[in-house]
Design a binder for this molecule. Sequence first.
Ligand SMILES: Nc1ncnc2c1ncn2[C@@H]1O[C@H](COP(=O)(O)OP(=O)(O)OP(=O)(O)O)[C@@H](O)[C@H]1O
Ligand SMILES: [Mg+2]
Length: 340
Amino acid sequence: MNYSIETKQLRKAFTSVKKVPGVMGSVKGLFSREKTEKVAVSGLDLEIRPGEFVGFLGPNGAGKTTTIKMLTGIIFPTSGEASVLGFKPSERSPDLLRQIALVMGNRQQLWWDLPARESFTVLQKVYDVPYPDYERRLARLVRDLDLEDKLDQQVRKMSLGERMKCELVAAMLHNPKVVFLDEPTIGLDVVSQQRIRAFLKEFNQAEGCTVVLTSHYMQDVEELCDRVVVINHGDKVYDGTLAALKGQYAPSRRVRVVLSGDAENPPLPQGVRLVESDGPQLLLDVPAEQVARITGQLLQELPVADLSLEEVDIEEIISQLFADSRPNVSRETLAEDPVA
Ligand SMILES: Nc1ncnc2c1ncn2[C@@H]1O[C@H](COP(=O)(O)OP(=O)(O)OP(=O)(O)O)[C@@H](O)[C@H]1O
Ligand SMILES: [Mg+2]
């Protein structure tokens, strides 16, 4: 099988010199340096097929960005192997770089003082995209991302959302086969997030490119990713569908109820747990398989003015995944539902 991305025991440890405070510390440091090692990624095995849209999840500091940096050749692995489109990313072959793209939500890659259009022209030359192709692609990307009237505006004067859309245009102009997106929707309003999601979905389907996405927004992951890989402390702790992950780790649902009238401390159906209450508003924890029965019962028995099901929070699921210390749950069991 030819994978777009394959890693074997990929590992990255950062070493830094421990500095003892004060003048004496600096003097001591001249003679002996105490080094500390931080393992950011510890032996990651990953196989991603062409065209897959993979969510790469994990808490802050899990090692997601470090992995993406190794896969794009920005930093070198300490040990292990990585292959992207058959190339070793650390060799930074122009043939590989021409076929991949990286977008980092918290880092600007476009020229700040130039109008976006000029940055795109530079990239056309850098990537050697034939002119008619470039024009066609640019027109399509600009239309899909709603940027028609922004192209001649200096990047520094754009809103965060407009800038991020321009970053995406810049990344996609050369028709990359593998796209790495590191928190592309961070800090954006819901409308911009939605627009970017719709674009990414369409782009992945139309172009068949492989996409690896990190995001702390559940909506991104849910709408886009067929498969999620979860890491913690640099270790893979889950690899499979989001549905299976949710089923396994979110056996309950949250139901928010607003009561009308004066119904303090109402009796709740069996199996329901009150998470919080604020006047007439109640947040309830309900077993997933009983949601239909229990909401029916609530509507019948209580003076309900409004009732809504709340989204399962991916961060909550992930923290449950990490907190899970059942002795018989091995990594293999957690990962037993890989995408077919
Ligand atoms: N250049 C570096 N030198 C030393 N330690 C580093 C360096 N880069 C990252 N780390 C450490 O490696 C770990 C993994 O960091 P990384 O940025 O990969 O996390 P992340 O999963 O992307 O987190 P976030 O969700 O916050 O973006 C962290 O503990 C971080 O402090
Ligand atoms: Mg990161």
